[in-house]
Design a protein around this ligand. Structure first.
Ligand SMILES: [Zn+2]
Length: 348
């Protein structure tokens, strides 16, 4: 311990001990370190970070830089393919899922048996083959039915002679390929839905048909694509908004003794539009909020109007019956077509 090298009053080094216990090359370096008068107990330090605090990153560095006989085994799967996973355009949960799939880290029956956590290796779907990752997602009769039924134009996915990594690589290539731009999210969501329905079957004893898996995956992919397009439109709108206009998005208080209701509506093609609103007074104090599901709308403007009506009804019920539309939102919708930015009402 460091404290054993200090003098009895703990105000400096005990040079005899330092000379006796420390390698002679390091003695001068140790003696040049000043002793802090307020120093307390010795603490264990981790020498692979500047702060002396353990981090997983530094431990990984250490594990991969140890002499070869002590090196840890890297996780299964091609590292370059796993690195590509983080660069594909999809939901973060799918990236994480795909990385686990490629690393052999999904809790498939075969992996659980390998880790002595189970003695049941058979696939939940067909009950006749070991549930390896490749079997579950590509070789099982259920997976084959899903891939064939999806109409996805890659015969390699159902070819048992092609490796798991090659199949995943093909799916990831589709994600960036312009040739399959309309389908680029679909196969990733099929993998996800196969895994979810497998878990429902294993743990809840409820089966999902291959048609339903395809339908759910298609809905997921469509929703993700709509959301992506919407985000791009929003970014485009902001990029073209002059800075003085953008400053309007900061909340401004209403006139004295009035309250302000900020409202907003969601728009997603083919889905029910939802609305939310928050009421504050002229000092910015929160007075209440609400949210509601409305009808399906045909465009952003309809969603905004529906949100406005629901917010007005809510305010009316609460006894605020003199209302004035702030107008900012409508102006923004008209100029950019898709922006569903915050709109506001002034109420008395
Ligand atoms: Zn199976």
């Amino acid at each position: 311990m460091v404290s054993d090298l200090l003098n009895t009053r703990k105000t400096g080094w005990d040079t005899n001990r330092v000379n006796a216990w420390i390698h002679h090359e390091d003695v001068d370096k140790v003696l040049s370190i000043k002793i802090c008068p307020g120093a307390e107990k010795d603490l264990l330090g981790w020498h692979y970070t500047k702060e002396g605090i353990y981090t997983v990153k530094s431990a990984y560095w250490l594990a991969t830089h140890l002499p070869s006989e002590q090196q840890i085994r890297s996780t299964p799967g091609a590292n370059d393919l796993k690195a590509q996973v983080w660069r594909i355009n999809t939901a973060p949960k799918l990236k994480h899922f795909l990385w686990k799939l490629l690393s052999g880290a999904l809790a498939t029956k075969a992996n659980l048996v390998y880790r002595h956590m189970s003695n049941q290796p058979l696939c939940c779907y067909c009950c006749s083959n070991v549930e390896t990752t490749c079997h579950l997602f590509f070789d099982c009769v259920m997976a084959q039915a899903v891939w064939r039924g999806s109409g996805f134009p890659l015969a390699s996915l159902t070819d048992p002679n092609i490796s798991l990594e090659e199949k995943i690589k093909a799916i990831m290539t589709c994600n960036t390929s312009t040739r399959f731009s309309h389908l680029r999210h679909f196969p990733l969501w099929i993998l996800w839905r196969l895994w979810i329905s497998r878990n429902i079957l294993c743990f809840q004893r409820r089966s999902t048909s291959w048609r339903k898996i395809i339908r759910q995956a298609r809905d997921d992919a469509q929703e993700w694509q709509d959301q992506e397009r919407h985000t791009e439109d929003m970014r485009g709108s902001r990029a073209h908004t002059p800075s003085e206009t953008r400053s309007e998005s900061r909340w401004e208080p209403p006139n004295q003794h009035w309250i302000k209701c900020n409202y907003d509506g969601t728009y997603s093609n083919g889905r029910i539009s939802q609305a939310g609103w928050v009421i504050r007074n002229d000092r910015g104090t929160y007075l209440g909020a609400g949210q509601a599901k409305g009808n399906q709308t045909r465009n952003v403007v309809e969603s905004e109007f529906q949100a406005l009506i629901m917010a007005m009804q809510h305010c009316w019920i609460k006894g605020y019956n003199r209302q004035e539309n702030g107008g900012q939102g409508l102006q923004r919708v008209n100029s950019h077509g898709v922006d569903v930015g915050t709109t506001s009402l002034q109420i008395f």
